[in-house]
Ligand binder design. Sequence first.
Ligand code: ADP
Length: 500
Amino acid sequence: MPRYILAVDAGTTNNRAVLYEERGQIAGVAQRELTQHYPAPGLVEHDPQEIWQGIVEAIQELLAAQRIAPSAIAALGITNQRETTLIWERHNGRPIMNAIVWQDRRTAPICERLEAEGLAPYVQEHTGLRIDAYFSATKIAWMLEKVAGARQKAERQQLCFGTVDSWILWKLSGGRLHCTDYSNASRTMLFDIHTKQWDATLLKALQIPPSLMPKVIPSSGICAESDSAILGESVLIGGIAGDQQAALFGQGCYRRGTAKNTYGTGCFLLMNIGERPTHSQQGLLTTIAWALEQEGALKIDYALEGSVYMAGAVIQWLRDELHLIKDAAASQKIAQSLSDNGDVYLVPAFSGLGSPYWDMYARGTIVGLTRGSGPAHIVRAALESIVYQSSEVLSSMQEDSGIAIESLSVDGGACQNDFILQFQADMSAIPVRRPRVIESTSRGAAFLAGLACGYWHSTAQLEEYWELEGSFEPQIQQSQRQQLLQRWKMAVERARGWAQ
Ligand code: ADP
């Protein structure tokens, strides 16, 4: 009897293999660092072969360390850094160049052209996204234009485009499968999230031949067996989702109105909005959370997504530039040593402000200092700023969707900070729940694969495996909440437009 589910987590900085047991617990982890290539300022690339090699090695190391054979694995799930773009030759699987990573800004001029052509409303209406170099579409166009011979080959149907999940699936299946799942497809800026088809208008606008595009398959469903040459025996492949969507799934956010926030260097917030996509008036993205096969039908859940650029990064700044704390964890006690914020606010608009302000000229500021203000006020204001920014994204989500968020599940490095989570519960007036397993991303991929092969039976069963570690209930009055938020907004106004 297979006893485990294997998750492959192809992240931006490393590739990992994580083994899950029946109750959703981690049995083992192995990983390989991934080299970051910076050919010029603003450009970021990964070597596709290194990604694949890292994954194979991580799986082999994990199985050896756990002393288990591939036959002990019921199914394998894939989760991946999203939007990163690869093109390879159909007949031999050779990439035409390095992968262009999501952070890479080289295609900004193509985005400007699309803007000038007036495509922004069309892009939002059909793909749920904003025109941005971040997404795969313009990266594909760039490769076809710049790599010698690529356009001719593409027109002769000799090339395959894929995000990192497609690449891994292609390699795992021994070059038989050219597919991606709905969650990853919805991050390309080429996928119509309403008709669930590749969008002919956008493909044409970017001169991308439709034959380049992978077939779109459910996020949970057995799609292939891995080539037995890779691990010695074949393993069923049953789940795929982009990292943020996988994290939402791993956090048990299966119902409309549930949300998660990952407090890392930045924050990534996603809210499940159910089976109907709503478009944001405030610059949030609408995306496909996952597509599950249920009783022969496809059940698609949508999500609203927003992010905060500076979250844990502000804490690093306190530590490395201001030397106010010796490590990130010390910030909690310092903030808790004060009974209130002393009316001091820090707006960490170090590189502008995102949702709902979208002001690239905003810059960081500290306001409200008095003779009595000290380092603790600045540390507290920094932690509070993470929460204010997240609260504003959560408010936008509720306004845009018309759905009240019932609870917020959290993960990421800074979710260890109780001060942040209590203040989040207070400012957003919703319960904040920290799970015992905060490894949500790979867990989500494992859950998707486990559901597909019958290892687990329902999302209700998976919810039982979500164990609460810390719970934070709102404790302040609405009037106090409003007052704090109003002061924050005043502080933001002082940060705006500074670099213009
Ligand atoms: P990423 O995946 O974005 O690299 P992580 O999820 O590993 O980030 O989280 C690391 C971030 O969390 C760092 O920016 C660090 O400053 C912050 N962090 C870690 N522990 C704490 C803590 N106890 N309190 C506040 N911030 C923390």
